[in-house]
Ligand binder design. Structure first.
Ligand code: ATP
Ligand code: MG
Length: 400
């Protein structure tokens, strides 16, 4: 596809800025992905205009980081991050530049970017501004720092993780001088917050060449600064396929290292509650599979449909087979007698009616669990009368 087809609507945003007397270009990942023939996701735009001017030019603008020069422009229901050309100075604390200065020249803005592949700007007529020969780097499949690699890694050590992340996603090699700097400076990673590292790490596992990514983590020494992972043999136990998200990653290692505590893992990487919930569910389902050596109806019943793709990927990452498990799980779930507890024809209140003389206690939920399990596995039909008769045959719980 031509740049005009891919970027048609983004070019309209640029045109509007130009008509107001400003300059604007598509920059960063969108240009890189377009030039390397990959699908383009978020489109970032760099402009000579201040955030205040952008707010005047467009009707729908969301201020997300005005002090850094960034706003989101909504155009035809799509969001564009529009950032004023800027330079960054003084990375004293290894975290944020001490100062952001707006400038008037796109080439100065490109100079602050991490890798040459990410430092290309595209104008509205498809022309490239490419002072660091990023297009050549894309053709040669190279990740290469803009400027002096060690300086750039000193400024922001997260860039070292980003180098490995792009190698994994694009299947590019890291250019020699950049890799040498990485090998020397990997200990600087200790200055970076675990949350920022976690974002890149997740992308390394999701890249098409994740095995290259894992190998680079080892060879550069970055691995030594990754909690938990540093103690695992991540280059022997390589997944057979990419993993999308921390819950899949943690489940993958937890299955292979029984002594590994998923709770510890999540704590040391400061992962979210949502990740925790998904990890626990995924591992629970996998344990059922391991016990039964089969994908049972109980397993499918217990697993949220939302996690079917994750279960499927975990399965294939562990080389347990590469069938289209996702679809099979959905079909299995559709055919279950019930989808959840609420659909049981016989509820706790029905149980209590049978045993009005007995005190309430844990036996109620235990019995209900048994009923639920047997209905799901097909041992008893989901029919009020049938379940009632069946339960009547059970030994009543000892009353006390
Ligand atoms: P993705 O497709 O994952 O979004 P991306 O290249 O767009 O990849 P972002 O993190 O969205 O990556 O950053 C957008 C652009 O900002 C990058 O292409 C790069 O030019 C610049 N950039 C981002 N992070 C840094 C950094 N730590 N140091 C220097 N430049 C950076
Ligand atoms: Mg991006």
């Amino acid at each position: 596809m031509s740049s005009h087809e891919v970027f048609e609507h983004a070019f309209e945003v640029i045109q509007k800025i130009e008509e107001a007397g400003g300059e604007a270009y598509i920059v960063g990942g969108a240009v890189r992905d377009y030039l390397s023939g990959r699908p383009v996701n978020d489109i970032d735009i760099a402009t000579s205009e201040t955030p205040e001017r952008i707010q005047e030019i467009f009707d729908k603008v969301i201020p997300v980081g005005i002090e850094h020069g960034t706003v989101i422009v909504r155009h035809r229901s799509v969001s564009y991050e529009v950032t004023t050309y800027r330079v960054e100075e003084g990375y004293e604390d290894y975290r944020h530049p001490d100062e952001v200065t707006f400038v008037q020249d796109i080439t100065l803005d490109l100079a602050r970017r991490d890798f040459t592949t990410n430092a290309i700007a595209m104008s509205r007529d498809g022309r490239l501004i490419d002072p660091y020969h990023g297009h050549d780097a894309i053709r040669n499949k190279k990740i290469e720092a803009v400027g002096e690699p060690s300086e750039r890694f000193h400024e922001d050590p997260l860039r070292m993780m980003r180098a490995v992340r792009f190698a994994s996603q694009l299947s590019f090699k890291i250019e020699k001088r950049t890799e040498e700097a990485l090998n020397h400076l990997s200990p600087l990673l200790q200055h970076i917050s675990i949350e920022r590292i976690a974002v890149e790490m997740e992308k390394i596992f999701g890249g098409s060449d994740y095995a290259l990514g894992l190998q680079l983590l080892q060879s550069t020494g970055l691995k030594n600064h990754l909690p938990i992972l540093k103690d695992l043999d991540i280059n022997r136990n390589v997944p057979y396929s990419p993993l999308f998200g921390w819950h899949e990653i943690i489940a993958f290692y937890a299955v292979q290292y029984p002594q590994l505590s998923p709770e510890n893992f999540m704590k040391s990487w400061k992962l979210s509650k949502d990740t925790k919930k998904k990890t626990v569910q995924l591992l629970h389902a996998y344990k059922i599979y391991e016990r039964k050596k089969n994908v049972t109806s109980w397993l499918v019943y217990q697993l949220d449909n939302e996690l079917f793709p994750s279960f499927s990927r975990l399965f294939s990452a562990l080389d347990e087979g590469d069938m289209n498990l996702d679809k099979a799980l959905t079909d299995m779930k559709d055919q279950l007698p019930i989808q959840n507890k609420k659909e049981l024809s016989f509820q706790a209140r029905d149980l209590l009616q049978l045993y009005t003389h007995l005190p309430k206690g844990p036996w109620i939920s235990e019995w209900m669990d048994t009923i639920e399990h047997c209905v799901v596995t097909g041992e008893i039909e989901n029919d009020y009368e049938k379940i009632k008769e069946w339960v009547r045959g059970w030994n009543p719980p000892a009353s006390n």
